[in-house]
Design a protein around this ligand. Sequence first.
Ligand code: AHM
Ligand code: MG
Length: 335
Amino acid sequence: MTQNISLTRYLVEQQRVDGLIPSQLRLLLEVVARSCKSISHAVNKGALGGVLGAAESENVQGEIQKKLDIIANEVLIEANEWGGHLAAMASEEMEDIYVVPNRYPQGEYLLLFDPLDGSSNIDVNVSIGTIFSVLKKPDGDAAVGEADFLQAGQHQVAAGYCVYGPQTTLVLTVGNGVAMFTLDREQGSFVLTQENVQIPPDTQEFAINMSNMRHWDTPVQRYVADCLQGADGPRGKDFNMRWIASMVADVHRILTRGGVFLYPWDKREPGKPGKLRLMYEANPMGWLIEQAGGAATTGTQRILDLTPSKLHERVSVILGSKNEVAHIGSYFSKL
Ligand code: AHM
Ligand code: MG
């Protein structure tokens, strides 16, 4: 373990050594991390803080919001709006973008987030997390609008997540590999606990919601059927399966020990490209995975190459160990 390097020091060193983090971006990342600390405290209080259960509202996707979804969204907005580092924010929990109010200076960055991913796990005390993606506002004097956000994932300048599990861990990339920071509750700061995270290229572990099996497309059906045959089938090896139903926790496992995660398009709602959202779920996770040596695709296309046409666009997601993701891709090209 790397000793005594706080997130602040890590960011300062990245700024100094590689010039990867301009000062506005450093401030932005510090503020996001501070917000994650507040969300972590609220999550930890659980029933004692009166934060469990549903709120009386729906989000733009028509999903019932949990109290903690709303709390986490407010924490991120309030912490980030006044620092002068942002032009606007977008969230899974808000239909429209949130432009930094006129009373504050406007910065050059755009922040997107899923304030609390894995909402179905909140009340049952299973890991959940915050996912975030940072883009630069395109140059020009025009007022910031939704169109400024519609950039392919390859243009992200920072991305990460914070998982609220047995430990609270912040995972970050600024395009120079992946670093993990564990929240030291006594000091109240994130401490660097792993640098240069690398995903093993091969794996014998997959993650998918098997209850949707009958709805999947043929390539996914065939891939999973081959895995389930284990050592007796065409893969010649046994597979293990995990499904936490929190993308953050599933991705964290993959960054830690490899594996693949699939939330593919399925026939339940054929017009919907997938369940997960491109801009604040698939893009940041896809970039983290690539930065750790893995791959992230829709089955046929690299996720980071996709240009979104709307803020809350959905996408089919297959990510994780590089060779396994390529192998899954071969089922799509056999079609
Ligand atoms: P959410 O953003 O509303 O929480 O939904 C996203 C979550 C992912 O974290 C997870 O991978 C998936 O939904 C689980 O879906 P399902 O309940 O279909 O297994
Ligand atoms: Mg989510």
